[in-house]
Design a protein around this ligand. Structure first.
Ligand SMILES: [Zn+2]
Length: 489
C-alpha cells in the first residue's frame, strides 16, 4: 500500500547547503565547533559510502561468521567487531558495564542427575534402564502401587480401578497413543511400559534412544507439557526385575502386583546462555533534551547453519541493518552532538523470537535520568527496487504515530518515491517489543522479502548498496528532524 502523498508534500525536505570540497575540509578541521544544523547534516549524509558499507557487510555476512546464530562464536565475533568500531569512533558505552547489554537466553533441559525411577531398593537409571518420551517430560515425583494393565486394550481397561496407581502395560512393539491414554483417563498415576512376552526387542532403545541427546541439550523451546503424564519405557532387564516381584502365574488386568513404584523427573529452565545486545550512546548537547533518548535498532543475529554445512549468511537479514547502523554511528560522529541523545542498539536473538529486544524492553538500561522516547528499527534494507521502501505502522495501524510522518517527510529526499505498508510485518521484528513493552512510538523501515529470504543464498553480492545507503541517510535526516524543543510524537 502506498502511503498518502499529501503527507510527503506537507513537510518538504529541508533545503540543504551544498558544501564545496575545500569547505568540507575546513569544516572537518574545525569539527569541535558546533556547525549550523544543515551543514552538519550535509556532512553526516556524505559519510555514508557504498564501498564502506560493502566492506563491512562482506565481513559480517562472510562464511567465517557462520550465519551468526544466537548463540554462536560467529555472533560473539560480530559483537566484538561492532564494539571495536564504536570504541574507535568515540561512541559512549550504552550498557551498565560497557557496550554489551547481557541477558540470558531462557533454555530448558532434562536434568538427568535428578531423573530416576525405583522399586523397593532397586533404582533404574534414565537412559540405561528406562526412557521417557518427549510428551512425558515434566517436573514431578510420583509414587504408588502398581497394577497390571495387559496391553491396554478396551477389554483390558474396562471395569478395573486404575485410580491413584501405576499401570504396568505390555507392548509387542508399540502402544498406540489411544491405548496409553486409557489408564490416565481413569486417574492412573502413569504407565510403565514393558516388553511383552512375544517381544524380544528393546522398545525404549529402538524407539526413543536417538532422542536422548536432544532431551539433555538445552533448548529455547519448552518441550514439557503442563501436567504431563509419566509414561516410562522399561528395558528388557528392568522388565525381568519388575516381573520377579509380581505374583506368580497368569496376571489379570487390574491385578495388584504387590509393590510400589516411584519416579522423579526434573525438566526445567537451565541457567541459560548469556547473549549480548550491543548498545552505544551518542550523548545529546542540550542540557535538558539530552535526557530524551532516540533508539535506533537493528538485529545482528541470523539463523546459523544447517547440519549439511549450508551457511545462512543473512546478508540482507540483517547484515544490511547491522552494517547500516555502523555507518550511522560514523555519520553521527561527523554530525557532532544532536540536542537529544541517540542510542544505537544491535540486537541479538531476533530470529529466535525477538528475544534480545524483549530482554531490553522488559528491563531497559539507560544512564540515570534518561528516558527512551521512540524507536526506529531497520531490518532487511538491502534488496528490491531502489525507490521502494516499506514502513509500519501506517495510519491504518493502531500504533500509528507522527514518527511515521517523519519517515514520509524525508523519504523522497533519498529517492524513496514508493512508500508501501509493512503492517503485515508488524510483529516480525524488534520494533514490536519497543511498542508493546515500552509503549514507545516506533517506525520500522524494511525493503521487503525476496527469494533469498532465510536461504543460504542471502549473500552480500546480491545487495543493493545504493538502497542501503539511502535508508541510512533517511534515518540521519529523521534524527535531524527529531530535535525540536517539543516533540509531539
Ligand atoms: Zn530473519
Amino acid at each position: 500500500m502506498k502511503l498518502s502523498t499529501s503527507l510527503v508534500l506537507l513537510a518538504a525536505a529541508p533545503a540543504l547547503l551544498s558544501v564545496a570540497p575545500q569547505d568540507a575540509r575546513l569544516i572537518a578541521e574545525s569539527r569541535q565547533l558546533p556547525a549550523a544544523p544543515s551543514v552538519a547534516l550535509e556532512r553526516a549524509l556524505n559519510t555514508v559510502d557504498i564501498d564502506e558499507l560493502s566492506a563491512d557487510l562482506h565481513f559480517l555476512a562472510s562464511d567465517a561468521l557462520g550465519g551468526r546464530d544466537s548463540p554462536s562464536p560467529g555472533l560473539r565475533i560480530a559483537a566484538r567487531f561492532i564494539r571495536a568500531r564504536l570504541v574507535r569512533l568515540g561512541m559512549t558505552p550504552g550498557a551498565e558495564n560497557g557496550f554489551f547489554y547481557e541477558y540470558s537466553l531462557p533454555s530448558f533441559a532434562l536434568d538427568v542427575e535428578k531423573t530416576s525411577a525405583s522399586v523397593g531398593g532397586k533404582s533404574f537409571t534414565f537412559g540405561d534402564d528406562y526412557f521417557l518420551s518427549f510428551r512425558a517430560l515434566g517436573t514431578r515425583e510420583v509414587s504408588g502401587p502398581v497394577v497390571f494393565g495387559g496391553g491396554l486394550s478396551a477389554d483390558d481397561t474396562e471395569n478395573v480401578d486404575f485410580e491413584g496407581k501405576w499401570v504396568l502395560a505390555q507392548t509387542n512393539g508399540g502402544l498406540s497413543r489411544r491405548r496409553l491414554n486409557r489408564p490416565t483417563a481413569q486417574g492412573a498415576l502413569g504407565v510403565i511400559v514393558v516388553p511383552g512376552p512375544e517381544y524380544d526387542g528393546e522398545p525404549f532403545k529402538t524407539v526413543h534412544g536417538r532422542w536422548m541427546a536432544r532431551m539433555k541439550e538445552p533448548s529455547a523451546r519448552r518441550m514439557a507439557r503442563k501436567n504431563a503424564t509419566p509414561v516410562l519405557y522399561m528395558s528388557a532387564e528392568s522388565e525381568r526385575h519388575l516381573m520377579s516381584l509380581a505374583p506368580a502365574g497368569e496376571l489379570k488386568p487390574g491385578q495388584d502386583l504387590g509393590f510400589e513404584f516411584s519416579e522423579s523427573c526434573a525438566y526445567g529452565q537451565t541457567d541459560g546462555t548469556v547473549l549480548e545486545n550491543v548498545c552505544a550512546l551518542w550523548p545529546g548537547s542540550d542540557p535538558v533534551l539530552k535526557n530524551e533518548v532516540i533508539i535506533i535498532s537493528a538485529h545482528y543475529d541470523h539463523v546459523g547453519q544447517r547440519e549439511n554445512g549450508d551457511i545462512y549468511n543473512g546478508a540482507d537479514d540483517n547484515g544490511s541493518g547491522t552494517t547500516g547502523l555502523l555507518a550511522l554511528a560514523e555519520a553521527l560522529t561527523e554530525y557532532g552532538p544532536m540536542r537529544r541523545t541517540v542510542m544505537l542498539m544491535w540486537v541479538s536473538a531476533e530470529e529466535k523470537g525477538l528475544l534480545g529486544s524483549a530482554a531490553w524492553t522488559k528491563n531497559p538500561w539507560l544512564p540515570e535520568g534518561m528516558k527512551a522516547i521512540c524507536n526506529v528499527n531497520i531490518d532487511m534494507i538491502g534488496r528490491n527496487a531502489t525507490n521502494e521502501l516499506l514502513i509500519t505502522p501506517t495510519k491504518n495501524h493502531d500504533a500509528y504515530s507522527k514518527l511515521t510522518q517523519v519517515v514520509e517527510a524525508n523519504a523522497e529526499a533519498e529517492g524513496f518515491t514508493r512508500l508501501k505498508s509493512a503492517d503485515n510485518y508488524w510483529r516480525r521484528s524488534d520494533q514490536y517489543n519497543f511498542s508493546v513493552n515500552m509503549d514507545l512510538p516506533v517506525a520500522f523501515l524494511f525493503a521487503d522479502v525476496h527469494e533469498d529470504y532465510h536461504q543460504p543464498t542471502d549473500t552480500p553480492d546480491k545487495i543493493n548498496y545504493e538502497k542501503m545507503r539511502n535508508v541510512v541517510r533517511l534515518v540521519i535526516r529523521m534524527l535531524a528532524d527529531l530535535q525540536d524543543d517539543v516533540l509531539d510524537l
